[in-house]
Design a protein around this ligand. Sequence first.
Ligand SMILES: NC(=O)c1ccc[n+]([C@@H]2O[C@H](COP(=O)([O-])OP(=O)(O)OC[C@H]3O[C@@H](n4cnc5c(N)ncnc54)[C@H](OP(=O)(O)O)[C@@H]3O)[C@@H](O)[C@H]2O)c1
Length: 241
Amino acid sequence: MTGSSRGIGRAIALELGRRGADVIINHRRNSTRAQAQAVAEELSQLGRRTLVLKADVADPQDVAQMFSIIQSEFGKLDILVNNAASAVFRPLIQLEEKHWEHVWDVNLRAINLCIKHAVPLMSRGAIVNITSLGSIRYLPNYGALGAAKAAIESLTRSYAVELAPAITVNAVCGGLVDETGFSSMIPQDEKERIAQLTPAGRLVKPEDIAKVVAFLCSDDAHMIRGQSIIVDGGLSLGLLR
Ligand SMILES: NC(=O)c1ccc[n+]([C@@H]2O[C@H](COP(=O)([O-])OP(=O)(O)OC[C@H]3O[C@@H](n4cnc5c(N)ncnc54)[C@H](OP(=O)(O)O)[C@@H]3O)[C@@H](O)[C@H]2O)c1
């Protein structure tokens, strides 16, 4: 479970734990160790086995080491959720080469790297990649991450075929998710406006994403392959309201 110290990743880790999974909590920074440990503690209280692993998913050495520890501690994997993300939010024309490298490395190359390391540990199971409406819609200052999310959805379709039949691969594409680092950057009145435009009547919560991820990891979703399931309360339908 990459990037599970907070936000949506935390909610997914806890939902999978509630449904019986042992969960490995990954985070990137020393400063978020306590948050990652707190998620692990909640999982332990649910009776799940857990492990906190600090690794930068954009760093090939970190990723190799993380999966080597997973192999020695757990022996196998049934589920990989690629949730970690990081971006530079600016108009495209203002992005420098290093910004593009960062966005591409953390969001696209990292997912491919994690899948490559995870697959040898998975005789069956599910891979779920977390994307966003930026993959299919214009969002201000989101051009680079949106392009990476679109590429992830393409990667999802290709892996869904190449890893079939034993491993399902899908994406969950979220609208603006409240109670996250990203949503804290959006002014409150703008969030209220988006909530009003959302047919479901409110913003998406991390738990809304987590439940769909958990479903995609279940046997009930065996025949869903290569899809990007939009979880946005209907916002992207663009209804005139
Ligand atoms: N928030 C939204 O409105 C929204 C909407 C749609 C989709 N999404 C997607 O949902 C996912 C989670 O979003 P969020 O808002 O919950 O994120 P967040 O609050 O910013 O948390 C990001 C998580 O990813 C980890 N992370 C970041 N860079 C990493 C790296 N290089 N290596 C390992 N871990 C790394 C962070 O670890 P540290 O805590 O150590 O920094 C943290 O656990 C992302 O894929 C995002 O694009 C978000």
